[in-house]
Design a protein around this ligand. Structure first.
Ligand code: UD1
Length: 435
């Protein structure tokens, strides 16, 4: 099993190009099921979750031609689904490794009127049910049964019907699943209380390119007029705000001066606002490929502790909570970090404590008292973003930090250690190759 070995050695400097967003790419890949294609998606991050989704699509009958960029950070995939596999089954062996596989359910029901998708089950950061997805699909006319651990879904008559639906809770995945179901439904669907995450907007823009009729993109109310069929197109994935935010947290925690290339600073506003109040400086400039974001924190410059509360976009993302906790171990004062999205998302806290962080967990709240002098040791990654927090802590800690079980990290970061190495970090992978 691969591990990362980090020698904490102070400031980071240089430039780093951020890859495409995993969480935008996953629903866009699932959208390939809506058309005979071909659908070409560029700037897909070369991470294991994307490979898993490609395998799910292939199991459903999709042909996929995949090309890696020379550096190995990104993929271009051309997908086409002319002859669906019998059973239209997304198997447990794949779904269990990645919950987002449930995103194939909406497109399959929309185009083929049937699907069999393994229930994803629990996950390290919380229960993560899919009730919101299933309830909405039932209201669109799908008959759903849970049999042998699978969601067995059938649409009598073959075509979903439009509806007016308010999600009980804001859910990124449910918004994406039902949006991709509605684009081929009969009539108009109105979805209220939709997630506003940039990844949802990216999916909606792709669907429009494919021929879908969607109003209200970027707002909590989406109106979708179902069309008879969708066509292929080419679409570039948006930059990964969570990867970008992870680099930002690394620079602010360790100190340094780094330019993040090809990012969307507006999508990072909740993080940069917070860290500006802590004492970091940010500058936005036009770059060769979109916008660049420069992040600066003088080594030794005092950081102020601030409170953080996670909530749906545009508020602070739960996917950056672990990384910002690593930053707060270096800030002066008390930081109260409230997690409101997932009930069990503080597993990195125990590992940060092993490195010397001074913190206390009370239900959904973590209290960090800084600054803490971190000292390297062996720590274990428990989930994707927790791994990133441990890498950041390792960059700050004195001595050697070994982060074990980094297959979690490889689910969502394309060559993070190579990118950090390019910024001057002393970090290396042991025990095998990159994804
Ligand atoms: C997506 C992201 C994940 C991010 C999360 C929240 C992807 C592939 N993953 O996950 O990285 O952390 O958004 O920003 O894009 N819920 C229900 N019933 C449901 C669905 C969700 O109760 O049917 C709850 C969840 O348990 C959670 C909350 O709603 O408490 C938000 O989850 P959701 O937005 O659906 O997260 P995902 O789409 O799974």
């Amino acid at each position: 099993m691969d591990r990362l070995v980090i020698e904490g050695n102070g400031p980071l400097s240089g430039r780093v190009r951020v890859s495409g967003a995993k969480n935008a790419a996953l629903p866009c890949l699932a959208a390939a099921l809506l058309t005979e294609g071909p659908l070409t998606l560029t700037r897909l991050p070369a991470v294991s979750d994307i490979r898993t989704m490609l395998k799910v699509l292939q199991a459903l009958g999709t042909s996929a031609e995949v090309v890696k960029d020379p550096e190995g950070f990104e993929l271009t995939a051309t997908l086409a689904l002319a002859n669906p596999a019998e059973g239209l089954r997304a198997p447990y062996e794949l779904v269990k490794t990645m919950r987002a596989s449930i995103l194939v359910l909406g497109p399959l029901l929309a185009r083929f009127g049937r699907a069999s998708v393994s229930l994803p089950g629990g996950c390290a950061i919380g229960a993560r049910p899919v009730n919101l997805h299933l309830e909405a699909l039932e209201r669109m006319g799908a008959q759903i049964a849970i049999t042998g651990g699978y969601v067995e879904a059938l649409v009598p008559g073959g075509r979903l019907k439009g509806m007016d639906h308010t999600f009980d809770k804001v859910s990124v995945g449910a918004t994406e699943n039902i949006l991709t179901a509605a684009v081929l439904a009969r009539g108009t669907t109105v979805l209220r209380n939709c997630a506003l995450e940039p990844e949802v907007t990216d999916l909606a823009r792709l669907l429009v390119k494919m021929g879908a009729q969607i109003e209200g993109i970027g707002t909590p109310m989406l109106t979708i007029h179902g069309v008879e069929r969708l066509g292929g197109c080419t679409h570039a994935t948006i930059p990964d705000r969570i990867e970008a935010g992870t680099h930002v947290c690394a620079v602010v925690a360790a100190g340094g001066d780094v330019v993040l290339e090809a990012v969307e600073p507006e999508d990072l506003r909740s993080l940069t606002d917070l860290l500006e109040r802590c004492g970091a400086a940010f500058t936005i400039r036009e770059g060769a490929e979109g916008l660049n974001l420069r992040v600066q924190r003088e080594p030794g410059q005092k950081l102020r502790a601030k409170d953080v509360q996670t909530a749906p976009f545009p508020a602070f993302p739960t996917d950056l909570q672990a990384q910002v906790m690593a930053v707060m171990t270096q800030a002066h004062g008390i930081s109260v970090i409230k997690e409101t999205i997932f009930e069990n998302r503080f597993q990195h806290a125990m590992e940060l404590e092993r490195l010397g962080a001074n913190l206390r967990i009370d239900g959904g709240t973590a209290i960090v008292a800084g600054p803490c002098r971190l000292q390297g040791c062996t720590v274990m990654a428990t989930d994707l973003r927790a791994s990133a927090a441990l890498v950041i802590a390792g960059l700050v800690a004195e001595g050697t930090t070994t982060v074990d079980r980094i297959y979690h990290l490889d689910r969502g970061y394309a060559g993070l250690e190579r990118k950090l190495e390019g910024l001057g970090a002393r970090i290396r992978r042991i025990g095998g190759g990159s994804v």
